[in-house]
Design a protein around this ligand. Structure first.
Ligand code: NAP
Length: 502
């Protein structure tokens, strides 16, 4: 058994129940035992984080930059051993993990640069108007301050980029908030290695004890207790709709309700307009199949629905996509429960009115799948928009463009919406874009939703149920504002203002 909980600078053996990671290739538990955090361990980490907050919130942006850069360097220093551990726990290919590691360290470095450049927290100033009639106006200055201790939950499908040192942790630490991270039971050994890389960075850059803690748990209790602890001031979650909504409900029922930024599942509809299909159908079919099967379909931006006008060209396009998907290389799904949910999700979809199976089955544990359905059924059965997490997609055949518009109007909130259009399709595209901007966080033209750039303009979010707060993003530098709140300093002498740019 390895020490499990990381409570500030201490690795603690843990007194709770024992659990093991899972090898998706063998379908068997791994041998290292971890323990679930006890109530006492949860309390200790949150209280220590609150103590750390009194110091950490006063660190300068330059000091926090050094901390973030040290985390990135320590993750890199773990070398390929880290990738080996993740591969064993997730079956994700090493090439993919190498890319995810660069994305994770690049994200930490991007936030370090953001802090140094200082523009993210430019004060908003209303100058004093001493001669204003009938009453003078004092000077008003608005500044962002950190919100407090943040509880972060990562998803199983991004063991680095949406996990221990992923986007949420990075943004919260950059903002000046300590983090208590709930480790995902699908990759506990990975979490332990990265958690300790953060602690080493905290020590080396003289951050306060408690700026970061990590708790393991295989039952939902750990997460629930963490979210309801009175000293937690915000929650960042990435994962399933069920998990995100459960934690959101707990948080809003607290005596002091707190914001929950839950990024959940999505079906990311892709619209293939007729002229685009006519001009580039062959290529688009292959590219689309790659997007659906990438990472065995385990991406929150996986295109789970595609919409076409019902004609011979579209039918032949669907067949080409299905053939390309059947020939794709897939790896086992991350966990037993994801595997079971994929099978039961498809069974449920197949039984919905109007559903027809397209894909030729192949004999293996995980089958890529396409179901096709006329749009009129989807318009009556919103269940068609439920995420089936895995390498499948639903082909929706519309009789006319009006049905495309109706679909965008009835569909629930999504992370992304994509349109493939040739210039001849632009009039329809314009109408779709106008409707999609009410439903999604990112609109993609002639591309695919998988692959989320970490940059300043990115929006990885969208209206409910894609997230619990459509006003923010969980990827990109503006994600920092989830963990700050504005304070207005009225008539404040400059010597008494907080120094935000040192
Ligand atoms: P998950 O099962 O919801 O797990 C995420 C975290 O939430 C885990 O730490 C889990 O801990 C906790 N959790 C889940 N249900 C809970 C509950 N009722 N109470 C307390 N804690 C709970 O998600 P996953 O299977 O790892 O990830 C796959 C899903 O994530 C897909 O739906 C995918 O679309 C989505 N995803 C979304 C994004 C995005 O940015 N929007 C990114 C990646 C993935 P326990 O294991 O202890 O329950």
């Amino acid at each position: 058994m390895v020490p499990s909980q990381i409570i500030g600078f201490r690795n603690v053996q843990g007194q709770g129940a024992t659990f093991y990671g899972y090898n998706p290739v063998t379908g068997k538990p791994l041998t290292t035992a971890f323990t679930e955090a006890t109530e006492q361990e949860i309390r200790e980490s949150v209280e220590l984080a609150q103590k750390a907050f009194t110091i950490y919130r006063k660190t300068t942006p330059a000091q926090r930059s050094l901390f973030l850069e040290a985390i990135a360097a320590n993750i890199e220093a773990l070398g390929d051993d880290l990738l080996g551990v993740i591969h064993e726990e997730t079956a994700l290919p090493v090439a993919r993990l190498t890319g995810e590691r660069s994305r994770t360290t690049g994200q930490l470095q991007l936030f370090a640069r953001l802090l140094r450049d200082g523009k993210w927290n430019q004060a908003i100033v209303d100058q004093a108007l001493p001669d204003r009639k009938p009453a003078p106006r004092p000077e008003m200055i608005q500044i962002q301050v950190p919100i407090g201790v943040v509880a972060v939950f990562g998803a199983s499908n991004f063991p680095l980029a949406f996990s221990v040192a992923g986007g949420d942790t990075t943004a919260a630490l950059a903002a000046g908030c300590p983090v208590v991270f709930k480790a995902h039971p699908a990759h506990p050994a990975t979490c332990q290695l990265v958690g300790n890389a953060i602690i080493k960075a905290a020590r080396d850059t003289r951050m306060p004890d408690g700026v970061f803690s990590m708790l393991h748990g295989f039952s939902h209790e750990t997460g629930g207790k963490l979210v309801t602890h009175p000293l937690i001031k915000a929650v960042a979650f990435t994962g399933s709709f069920k998990g995100g909504k459960a934690l959101y409900d707990l948080a809003v029922r607290r005596k002091e309700p707190i914001p929950v930024y839950a990024e959940m599942g999505s079906v990311n509809p892709v619209f293939f307009l007729p002229e685009a299909l006519k001009q580039r159908g062959e290529t688009l079919a292959i590219q689309f199949a790659q997007s659906v099967t990438l990472g065995s379909g385990q991406f929150c931006t996986n295109p789970g629905v595609f919409v076409l006008i019902n004609n011979e060209e579209s039918k032949s396009f669907i067949k080409k996509v299905a053939d390309a998907m059947s020939a794709s290389a897939l790896h086992p799904l991350l966990t037993k429960s994801i595997s079971e949910a994929y099978k039961s999700g498809l069974e449920k979809q197949k039984k919905l009115p109007g559903a027809r199976e397209v894909t030729t089955k192949r004999e293996m544990d995980i089958e890529p799948f396409i179901i096709s359905v006329p749009a009129k059924y989807v318009l009556q059965h919103p269940d068609y928009f439920e995420e089936v997490f895995g390498p499948s997609s639903l082909a929706v055949l519309a009789d006319h463009v009006e049905e495309l518009y109706q679909l965008t109007e009835m569909m629930p909130g999504q992370l992304t919406g994509t349109i493939h259009a040739a210039t001849e399709d632009y009039q329809t595209a314009k109408e779709l874009i106008d409707r999609l901007n009410q439903k999604v966080g990112r609109i993609i033209m002639n591309g695919f939703p998988t692959g989320v750039e970490v940059c300043h303009a990115m929006v990885h979010g969208g209206p409910y149920p894609a997230t619990t707060d459509s006003r923010v993003t969980s990827v990109g530098t503006t994600s920092i504002y989830r963990f700050t709140r504005p304070v207005c300093y009225q008539n404040m002498p400059s010597s008494l203002l907080p120094d935000i740019h040192r």
